[in-house]
Structures are given as C-alpha cells and as structure tokens.
Design a protein. Structure first.
Length: 349
C-alpha cells in the first residue's frame, strides 16, 4: 500500500515511537526524529534500534526543521513531561497545513511544576490541565490534530503481532490520514470524533494499571484483578465526566480495550511499576531503573488533586496516591478498598 503522505514524520525514538515508525514504513517513507546522535547513527547505519530491525524506509534525523519541512503528517510520541517543550521547539516550524497525530498518553500541567502538587493548599482544576492535543494547538498554528488510542503495547507491535489502534480527532481528514498511513495486514485503525474522550481514557487507564500491577505483584489472583479493573473503569468515567468527556469513550478500544491490555501485561510500564512496588522496591528505585517514564505515576499525582477539587468518590485513586506518594501500607490500602461501601455497581451509563 502506498500513502499520499510521503514521508511521514515521527518525533521520539522510544519504544512506541520506533514501533509506529516501523508500522508507517509498510505504507510510506518515514523520517524519525531523535535528540540523540548515537540513535540516529545506529538507525541510519545499521537499521537497528532497541534490539529491533528498523525498516530501510525509516531514516533518522536530528533536525526538527527538516522534519517539519518534508512531512505534512507528523506523529509526536514523547513523554508527557517533555511534550510542551518539544512542541515549542517544533511549533515554530509548523504551518496550518500540517496534520499532527500524537501518541502520548498523559497530561500537561499548567501553572505548577509536578513537585508542587505535594505542597499543602494546592488546588488543581481543569484550567491547570491540558491534553496533548490542546498543547499542540497552544504551541503551534496547527488546527488538524488527532491522537492515537487503544491497546498498543510497543513490544508486541515490534514483534509483529497483530494489533489495532484508534485515531481520535474532530476532523475526518485526520482520521483518514491515520488510517491511510497505519493500516496494514496486521494493524487496524479505528476512528472516533471524540478526541477528548480518547485522550482522557488513554491517560487515566495508566492509574488503574499501577494498581493492577500491585495486585499481580502480591499474587492475589484474577478475581481481585478483575475487581480492580472494573471499579477502576468506573473511576475513569467519573474523572472523564468532570473534565468534559462522555461515558461512551471509555467503553471502546481506547477505553476498556487499552485498560485491560495495560492492566494485565508485564510489557506495560505502568503494570510493571506496580508489580515492583508490591515486591518491596521504592518509587525512587523503580523510577531510576526504568528505561522510560511510567506515565501513570505522573497522571496519578494530577488526578488526585483533580479528585479533591471536584469532590469525586475515587477510592482506588486515593489509595494508590497514598501508596506511591505517602508511603501508605499496601495491606491497609487493600483492606480499605475491600470494605469501601460501594452502593451501585454501574452508575455511569
């Protein structure tokens, strides 16, 4: 299959960015940006990166301006804590004709640094939180913006296993651009006009994955894991509604599909983080030894503050925040959750 977008740009040569670059290479040439000269040289010379063969249709670059000039369609895939800075560097080179589809599942924080959230008296509202598509629009002249959502474990995609994703956007041509460039025999692209719901689901499910990892690390079995995931989904919906999303967004591929995948696999950084925490490692030890950011930890910090402001009943989020940031006992947290007086099973449809 040949795409009319040629080449397509990818920003970020981490695991998911590299996986997306290889997926795109089925249909088009790809220009992959990395800040690290060693990575660029490895890809261009050996067609290898992260112990994976890289398609010869992928060329790496250190130059954001070159990428913006040559690529109309761009996929930024970088951690949420560096996304705005990346967009400021990229935004000066972008024009309204560009299409940007990001693959970052997290939140941007406005007005505070992440560490400020531990200080007493801090109040976080929707005004202090941005999705990545909102950051793209704030830091550039681009109008046609989309996001990738759904169960996309990079390790499985890089191994050639079949998978699917969702492109969320208010613009039909953005969804079509994602489908044209990413669809292949082993990768299917769904579309949704609810970009807000897709972005919130993608960010919030990482919190539940942390908790599910703790359950897995303690060896508590599938009954507890299923309970945690189902009640975690309810909390995702509560957050979503408070931030302006509809419940339906959390029931599809980008919601429950991504949630189940991320909350049950050791290929998920967030699940792995929770597992290691349950086995006795400290947050600092895990963070210092993980090759990439576990987005759920940052999202948990932000969501906890949002829950306080909007007075949400989200006991899983509250207990996970206590475990991760307040050194609260995992055993006591589980006891609290098992005795929490849930009144209704499903109250959000």
């Amino acid at each position: 299959m040949t795409s009319s977008y040629n080449p397509v740009g990818v920003i970020g040569a981490g695991y998911f960015g590299t996986a997306v670059a290889n997926l795109l290479a089925h249909n088009t040439d790809v220009l992959l940006y990395s800040r690290r000269e060693s990575v660029v040289n490895e890809i261009n010379t050996n067609h290898r990166h992260l112990d994976t063969d890289i398609s010869p249709r992928v060329r790496a670059t250190l130059d954001l301006q070159e990428l913006a000039q040559k690529c109309t369609l761009i996929f930024p895939i970088v951690p949420s804590n560096g996304f705005r800075l990346m967009m400021r560097d990229l935004g000066v080179h972008l024009r309204p004709h560009h299409i940007v589809i990001h693959g970052t599942k997290g939140f941007d924080l406005v007005g505070y640094e992440e560490e400020d959230l531990d200080k007493p008296g801090i109040v976080i509202t929707r005004d202090n939180v941005r999705t990545m598509s909102e950051v793209v629009r704030e830091e550039s002249s681009v109008v046609r913006v989309g996001c990738l959502g759904g169960p996309n474990l990079a390790a499985e995609i890089m191994a050639g296993q079949p998978a699917a994703t969702l492109v969320g956007s208010r613009f039909r041509e953005v969804i079509q651009a994602g489908q044209t460039t990413l669809n292949s025999a082993k990768f299917h692209v769904y579309g949704s006009y609810d970009i807000m719901g897709a972005e919130l689901a993608g960010a919030l499910k990482n919190i539940v994955a942390l908790g599910s990892g703790i359950i897995g690390g303690l060896g508590l079995g599938r009954n507890m894991q299923g309970l945690l995931i189902s009640r975690g989904l309810a909390e995702m919906v509560y957050f979503g509604k408070s931030l302006g999303a509809e419940s339906q967004a959390f029931i599809g591929v980008a919601g429950i599909g991504d949630l189940v995948t991320t909350a049950t696999s050791m290929n998920s950084r967030n699940y792995t983080f929770g597992t290691r925490l349950a086995k006795g490692e400290t947050v600092e030890q895990i963070r210092n030894t993980m090759p990439e950011l576990a987005e759920g930890v940052r999202t948990l910090r932000i969501a906890h503050q949002l829950a306080r402001h909007y007075k949400l009943h989200v006991p899983i989020t509250a207990m996970l925040h206590a475990i991760v940031f307040e050194r609260y006992s995992i055993e006591k947290a589980l006891e609290y959750l098992m005795t929490y007086p849930y009144a209704v099973d499903v109250d959000f449809l």
